[in-house]
Write a protein that binds this ligand. Sequence first.
Ligand SMILES: Cc1cc2nc3c(=O)[nH]c(=O)nc-3n(C[C@H](O)[C@H](O)[C@H](O)COP(=O)(O)OP(=O)(O)OC[C@H]3O[C@@H](n4cnc5c(N)ncnc54)[C@H](O)[C@@H]3O)c2cc1C
Length: 485
Amino acid sequence: MADSFDVVIVGGGPVGLWLACEVRLAGPSVAVVERRQDRVLQSRAGTMHSRTLEMFDLRGLADRFLAAGKHQPEWHYGMLDTQLDYSRLDSRFPQTLRISQATTEKLIRERATELGVVYLAGHQAETIRQDHSGVAVEGVSDKGRFELHGRYLVGCDGARSLTRQQAGIAFLGHEGTHSWLLGDVRLDLPEGKSPMTKYNEHGGLLIAPPGEDGRSRIVVTTPDETDPALFRQEPTLEELSRITRQILGTDYNMRDPFWLSRFSNETRLAERYRSGRIFLAGDASHIHAPFGGQGLNVGLQDAFNLGWKLAAVIKGEAHEALLDSYEEERRPVGKQLNDSTLTQNVLMTAFSQGGLGLRKMVSDCLAFPEVNEKIAGQISGFSVGYEDVGPLRGFSDTRCPPGAGIRAPDCRVRREDGSEITVYQLLSSGRWLHLSFGKGASVSLVDALRKESVIRVRSAERPTKFFDGAAAVLIRPDGYSAGVL
Ligand SMILES: Cc1cc2nc3c(=O)[nH]c(=O)nc-3n(C[C@H](O)[C@H](O)[C@H](O)COP(=O)(O)OP(=O)(O)OC[C@H]3O[C@@H](n4cnc5c(N)ncnc54)[C@H](O)[C@@H]3O)c2cc1C
């Protein structure tokens, strides 16, 4: 096996695997170093949001995920009574999808295999060092020591990231102050009782709809879960059942746990997402309590943002400066993610009389459709845009055309020969898309790209309101506009 790759990724969880897929799709070689021998079987992330489904749709993969999960139009915010209504999102996927992280990882891994990603299971990275020309990673596997070289290295190695530590990047934030207990368990729930949230002076509780194996995810806390010594204690079914009865008066015959765990509201954000040739993505760059089901979704979008940029620089299509836009675009999203979970944390630890009043007031506010839609847009990743970041540096064209950084919606376009295709289908090969209407204008940045990297389509008509008045639109490989003319 060659020991030199264009990109080496440390950590073969979902984010590392997805990043590998994106780099490989564009051509460069990539190796993933993963210390585990086997796949993760615990459900962990159970919520996939609609922007993530759109991301998979942009690569022609959404149906694989939809077939494996369960459609869920509403989901909780801060365990409040009023749920967020995702069915109002203007998307082909107005929903959240209940799908276990184990299944998500399995599907991404299948894609990585199809694309020829080198996946080195049972390889634990120990030392990472970089110089002006590349990065080396050394470590140990069951066959002995290994050393790999990459032009770039990305740490997708989770919350306790070795990459982050060895790159000297600070992880700014605070320790946990409150803990939650969770279990994937069997329950005898009466009809219509799931999903369920319950919150009172005894504690807070959330029951998600049953997963793929028929077990329900239950999450509980009480006002007393504030002792840091408790955070490290092994959870038990008895404890979960006791707290559930304390809040609900019943435990619905709780039994047969597949996974019991505890998490806290420890919240941190990497001070930088890049140090020279080393990058961070996913939990290596942001951690928080899993409220709203966002961490994996944001991590996958980090990878989607970085993959095509690394490939463009490796192929000599763009200058190094393009890589700086990764942190500029994605770190604010990580910050917003942490703010969102901290806000929910306030609501989810508000057991006093005033706190319960605050919860009722916010819950009532969520009943206003505009408020509900705004927060659903934020949590689902829908309202993420890069409009404020300025021109995409690294290309010979340095202007920032209007409309750059906006999420391009999917819609059908009619080509001049009369055939129809969707915008997302056109983007599925991971190239840029230049769409022009009418006489055929062109967004100037397109001239700075290689011909083979852009699909050019002249559309006979302007399909949705996003394209109203436009003569041409250039869309990046990750589905955000790079300019509207
Ligand atoms: C209870 C719970 C519920 C959650 N629910 C949701 C949800 O509904 N939606 C959502 O979006 N997110 C959710 N999350 C968050 C989600 O699980 C994480 O954000 C996600 O796992 C991050 O993926 P990752 O690939 O960045 O990191 P990880 O999944 O942690 O993967 C990192 C990988 O790196 C490997 N690794 C680490 N160090 C090394 C090394 N030195 N050498 C080699 N390999 C190494 C590890 O073995 C691991 O496989 C939840 C989390 C929890 C705990």
